[in-house]
Design a protein around this ligand. Structure first.
Ligand code: ADP
Length: 464
């Protein structure tokens, strides 16, 4: 036990539905890669298991090849073969599972949003576990990410929903089966529940992938000691999008997000108009989680809502197609996201709830000041410059509590006022935010401790 807690080498296997940059929809992809790299750097053996999606970025996988021996796994009482592929992503060994099942679970041209997502990922979870078993892997830790991999622990009695007995509840099952449950920020852990085995550890960001000093997607690289390059990126983005470049001091406010209710879409919409009223420019890069929605009466409620927002934003986007000061880009675009972080002066994150949130951290690393709602992980990483209850050294952005237009206006107006009227103060804030350590170092150490504790507990339980 002593040797475990004092830094033994652990074998950790992450099972997940996303991994940046090959298969990324949102923050989950960033977290799987960032945490894995940080743990590997600390000397642990880290491997990842992913589905083999047809729409992955195959050019970013090195030494990609299929294994000779298939892995068999059960689904609906039948055995199916899975072809296993291996490759290296960002220096990490990854196993990709390709099911030989007539439903072609991962040949859909998109990651999520299929009506059989539940089946797709329960198949994947079972196959992932079979892969570990048949490959003779004996990991110390199996780290399952999000509901898609909760089925790794499947057993009907434990997975059953507490209130609807005919239903399977993967999140409940995951909690019952796991040794430790984590979430991605301390505040969110408080908000959803407090329990002894539930721990909130704030995510970090991959500071190699998100580094303005080396970022190949930028027009000009820059760092906290020399932020002149930021202005050049602003100019490049404006030219690229056809926005007016007449006033270099005109504040550029941005939002990079999935357009789902969680992200506070009504406030995002409001922010466009309010920013223009305040004399600023606004850029939205917003992706819909359901890119190819087919007309279907059986479509899920969340799909319907996403479709509704997508159409609404398409209308607004058309309205601003040739506007001098606002542009809405309704797509997922990794390279443009990098340029927007670098070019913008402020980034809004008006989430209704936010387990952790990464865009506020990435923004700060690129010197874009966050304007965020005080919830979940935003509350653990963005601290208001005007809040006297917070030590000055931690203050790094603008926050608001109530999720309405008034609440948001207050934060946005204070930000724009300061940007316009305190040029030196703003520059210092930019430099300060760029110097904050958002790397995975601290958080990976917390996971390390937790893994060691969990291994020790499980071994103790096995002995008795
Ligand atoms: P979530 O996981 O809920 O989407 P996070 O803030 O944790 O939110 O992570 C979002 C990640 O996805 C960030 O890396 C962000 O840059 C990226 N992202 C979100 N929307 C887009 C988009 N439309 N285009 C490119 N990248 C995006």
């Amino acid at each position: 036990l002593t040797s475990l807690t004092a830094g033994a080498r652990l074998h950790v296997i992450h099972i997940a539905a996303e991994m940046a940059p090959v298969a990324k929809v949102g923050g989950l992809g960033d977290v799987v890669t960032g945490l894995s790299k940080a743990l590997q750097k600390k000397g642990h053996l880290v491997e990842i298991v992913l589905p083999k999606y047809d729409c992955m970025q195959y050019d970013l996988i090195r030494d990609f090849k299929a294994l000779d021996v298939p892995v068999e796994s059960y689904f609906d009482g039948q055995l199916f073969k899975n072809k296993i592929w291996i490759g290296t992503v960002e220096g990490l060994p990854v196993y990709f599972i390709e099911p030989h099942h007539p439903s072609k679970f991962f040949w859909r041209g998109q990651y999520y949003g299929e009506r059989d997502d539940f089946k797709r990922f329960s198949f994947f979870s079972r196959a992932a576990l079979e892969l570990l078993l048949q490959a003779g892997k004996k990991p110390d830790i199996i780290h399952c990410h999000d509901w898609q991999t909760a089925f790794v622990l499947n057993r009907p009695d434990r997975m059953q929903d507490n209130s609807a007995n005919d239903r399977v509840n993967p999140v409940k099952g995951a909690i019952v089966f796991s040794n430790i449950v984590t979430t991605v920020s301390p505040s969110y852990a408080q908000e959803v529940r407090t329990a002894e085995k539930f721990v909130g550890i704030l995510n970090g960001i991959d500071t190699d992938a998100w580094n303005p000093a080396t970022d190949p997607f930028l027009k000009v690289q820059y760092n906290s000691n020399d932020i002149e390059g930021k202005a050049e990126n602003k100019e490049a983005l404006r030219r690229h999008l056809g926005l007016s470049s007449a006033n270099t001091r005109q504040p550029l406010v941005a939002c990079i997000t999935r357009l789902v209710p969680q992200k506070g879409v009504h406030l995002i919409r409001h922010a466009i108009y309010r920013t223009l009223e305040l004399g600023g420019q606004f850029v939205l890069l917003g992706s819909s989680p359901v890119p190819q929605i087919q007309e279907s009466s059986a479509f899920s409620i969340s799909g319907e809502i996403s479709l509704f927002f997508q159409r609404e934003f398409e209308d607004i986007s058309n309205q601003f197609k040739t506007h001098e000061h606002a542009r809405l880009l309704l797509k997922y675009d990794e390279s443009l996201a990098h340029l927007i972080y670098a070019a913008s002066d402020m980034l809004i994150i008006p989430s209704i709830f936010e387990p952790c949130g990464l865009t506020q951290m990435i923004a700060m690393r690129y010197g874009s000041i966050p304007i965020a709602r005080k919830t979940g992980g935003l509350n653990d990483s963005v601290f208001d410059v005007d809040d006297d209850t917070i030590p000055v050294q931690y203050r790094n952005g603008f926050t608001f509590l109530t999720a309405d237009e008034q609440g948001f206006n207050n934060a946005l107006e204070r930000a724009v006022y300061r940007y316009n009227n305190d040029v030196d103060g703003w520059k210092q804030l930019v430099q300060k935010d760029m110097s904050i350590d958002f790397s995975w170092d601290t958080s990976a150490s917390l996971y390390e401790e937790l893994y060691a504790k969990s291994v020790a507990r499980a071994r103790g339980a096995n002995r008795t």
